[in-house]
Unconditional design. Structure first.
Length: 159
């Protein structure tokens, strides 16, 4: 699993962060906003003809909902702990890449621990780092190159 080191400069460069103080930047840089920006990037890349980006998607997995919606989603198989973004392209002997924009719940850790032998996992703090991660994932010719690119981008490898 890869953890991105926090980089304030990237948060300050977000389009909605112009002329804002740090507290406001951190407040607005929420998980939903990050996912929307990242998914828009993926859609733009697909529209440019890069097919690998077509099926990258967000997985609804909890959140705050009214009771009836929560019951319906649970019956449909929505599970708490599933990571935010899935890149369904096998690379480097694993079946795909999961990305999380926030980290910490016990179910997220359990999801990772149960599936780490089958999928790559990375935690990103900004949409830019998620974009860089996915570009490295697609452009690397082997796992060692992928790991080196992530180190250069400020990710740390942990288990």
């Amino acid at each position: 699993m890869y953890f991105e080191k926090p980089r304030l400069q990237e948060l300050q460069e977000l389009p909605y962060a112009k002329n804002m103080i740090l507290a406001e930047i951190l407040k607005l840089s929420n998980e939903s906003t990050q996912q929307i920006e990242f998914i828009k990037f993926c859609q733009d890349m697909h529209n440019r003809g890069i097919k690998h980006f077509k099926w990258i998607h967000h997985t609804p997995n909890g959140g705050f909902r009214d009771k009836n919606t929560a019951i319906k989603l649970a019956r449909e198989g929505v599970k708490s702990g599933v990571w935010d973004i899935f890149v369904p392209m096998p690379r480097f002997q694993k079946a795909g890449l999961y990305i999380e924009f926030k980290w910490g719940s016990d179910t997220q850790k359990e999801f990772h621990d149960d599936l780490k032998d089958y999928f790559h996992f990375a935690i990103c703090r900004t949409p830019k780092s998620a974009k860089d991660l996915v570009m490295a994932y697609f452009q690397s010719s082997d796992y060692n190159e992928f790991r080196e690119k992530l180190r250069e981008q400020g990710f740390e490898e942990k288990d």
